[in-house]
Design a protein around this ligand. Structure first.
Ligand SMILES: *[C@@H]1O[C@H](CO)[C@@H](O)[C@H](O)[C@H]1NC(C)=O
Ligand SMILES: *[C@@H]1O[C@H](CO)[C@@H](O)[C@H](O)[C@H]1NC(C)=O
Ligand SMILES: *[C@@H]1O[C@H](CO)[C@@H](O)[C@H](O)[C@H]1NC(C)=O
Ligand SMILES: *[C@@H]1O[C@H](CO)[C@@H](O)[C@H](O)[C@H]1NC(C)=O
Ligand SMILES: *[C@@H]1O[C@H](CO)[C@@H](O)[C@H](O)[C@H]1NC(C)=O
Ligand SMILES: [Zn+2]
Length: 448
């Protein structure tokens, strides 16, 4: 009796000290009646219940499990910073807001563009095709992915090997990334996290956990704008501050980036490359099918989870017919998008017949991990010794360069700042036109 009581209190203490397990246990009991499954310690709600407004689980704690100065997750990397990075007021731009691009810091980073032939395209109106017909008419010349899917040889848009999925999650780190990390660990799957600088300084511990678990960390932006709509200095500010935040927390500086909404053209590309960041987008087939799970629309309340998962199954079907592997747009910012990933999409690919290979984008692209960060990169030709003199002289990608804007759907994030309107034309395979309701926006703002 006494022993049992002691055991229970010890277990209770253990759970109290491990908020991740506490989170799982709590949700497990709360949702058991609703048909929720718990597989390998990860909670999986029924697909039909994955819809905007579903009950939320306890938020996992955001603390780093590694100690400052810990050995790096890969050979040749630097140790984690010691002491650990700590937020200091006034040293960072305001979270999720446009950045002051006239600051001395940004002017310093602007020097990285010296010697590079940055195209002088005017910024697009808002990154969308419909609101900028002049830029759309010029999309082929601009190499604008949003309107027509134009890519360049310097872009990574897929894993090279057939049946290989370059797994990635955008817009974190965020509290539910922790649940995703547990699932990825169970399945021995690595992923690339395209992180938002504002989230990095908000949840540095989660970024550390992603990196130390062997996942790849890449630059998204600071405030998630449409990069083609910004001035050169604003683009430099978005990429530069995100790069700096990652470096401050992890001690490594990524050599890759993903443009929000896939909104990239030759001006944005050349700036990214000049800053040592190789663009990674996601796959779009020749007939314009963008491999976007639309999980962000589930978070925004415009489609149920079942619609997003059906879209993902189409993606797997289309991916099976490609001669190469592929990359897909998914998000770890919201609990609901993590539920879709851990319960459905990842499992569907792992149990597919024949099974897909799931790997981080850099790994599937056979880029040594050391090359993914400036501090450990010994490869003089990566990112590139000197980006192509001008993008126009680079070759067009043979795939996806002839699709039409009707297939364009490149939105990547729903937030109260940006709104949720599709920016690259209506999603092709989802009949959606509902704008986000004010309540949904408020709820999303609360999540952030
Ligand atoms: C490819 O995706 C489309 C939806 O975009 C779907 O209708 C089609 O069935 C998919 N192809 C395969 C082979 O799954
Ligand atoms: C350097 O990186 C490039 C691009 O990833 C690769 O093609 C090349 O083989 C690498 N060279 C070495 C020596 O690792
Ligand atoms: C790329 O494709 C566009 C549109 O087809 C064409 O105008 C341009 O000349 C091509 N550029 C190269 C380098 O092949
Ligand atoms: C796009 O190009 C590929 C080969 O480059 C071709 O097979 C396909 O038919 C083209 N699609 C369109 C819509 O022109
Ligand atoms: C185009 O501009 C209108 C008016 O400013 C705006 O309401 C709409 O959301 C924009 N469309 C897209 C796709 O961004
Ligand atoms: Zn995004």
């Amino acid at each position: 009796m006494k022993t049992t009581a002691t055991l229970f209190s010890l277990l209770g203490l253990a759970f109290a000290h491990d908020s991740h397990h506490a989170h799982i246990a709590k949700r497990q009991s709360a949702a058991a009646a609703a048909g929720t499954q718990v597989v390998d310690g990860v909670t999986i709600p029924p697909l039909a219940s994955i819809t905007f407004g579903m009950p939320t689980a306890t938020t996992p704690a955001a603390t780093a499990t590694a100690t400052p100065g810990a050995a790096p997750p890969f050979s040749g990397g630097p140790k984690l910073p010691s002491p650990a990075w700590a937020f200091a007021q006034g040293q960072w731009p305001e979270m999720d807001k446009p950045i002051d691009s006239t600051s001395a810091q940004v002017q310093e980073w602007m020097k990285e563009l010296d010697g590079y032939d940055i195209p002088d395209f005017s910024p697009t109106v808002d990154g969308s095709c419909v609101n900028d017909t002049a830029a759309e008419a010029d999309a082929a010349k601009r190499g604008w992915w949003t309107c027509g899917g134009y890519t360049r040889d310097t872009d990574i848009v897929a894993c090279p090997d057939k049946m290989t999925w370059g797994v990635s999650f955008d817009d974190g780190p965020a509290p539910y990334s922790t649940v995703l990390l547990e699932y990825l660990k169970q399945k021995s799957v690595s992923a690339t996290f395209f992180v938002v600088g504002s989230r990095v300084i908000e949840y540095p511990g989660i970024l550390i956990n992603e990196y130390m678990a062997g996942h790849e960390i890449s630059v998204h932006t600071w405030s998630h704008p449409h990069l083609t709509s910004l001035t050169n200095a604003q683009i430099v500010a978005e990429l530069g501050w995100t790069r700096k935040a990652i470096q401050a927390v992890l001690g490594v500086t990524p050599t890759t980036m993903r443009p929000p909404y896939g909104d990239i053209d030759d001006r944005v590309r050349m700036i990214a490359l000049a800053m040592g960041l190789v663009p990674i987008i996601w796959t779009r087939t020749d007939d314009g099918h963008s491999f976007d799970t639309f999980d962000w629309m589930v978070a925004g309340g415009t489609v149920p989870g079942s619609t997003s998962f059906a879209e993902f199954q189409s993606i797997l079907g289309n991916a099976s017919t490609l001669n190469t592997g592929f990359a897909v747009l998914q998000h770890d910012l919201y609990e609901i998008t993590v539920d879709l990933a851990v319960g459905y999409t990842l499992n569907a690919a792992l149990t597919h017949n024949p099974p897909f290979t799931l790997e981080a984008v850099g790994k599937c692209s056979k880029i040594p991990t050391t090359n993914l960060y400036v501090e450990s990169n010994t490869n003089k030709t990566f990112p590139f010794p000197a980006p192509p003199k001008s993008m126009a002289s680079g070759s067009n990608s043979s795939s996806s360069a002839n699709s039409t804007s009707s297939g364009s759907s490149s939105n990547g994030k729903v937030s109260s700042q940006q709104g949720a309107s599709g920016t690259g034309g209506a999603p092709r395979s989802l009949a959606l036109s509902l704008p986000l309701g004010a309540a949904a926006l408020l709820a999303l703002a609360a999540l952030l």
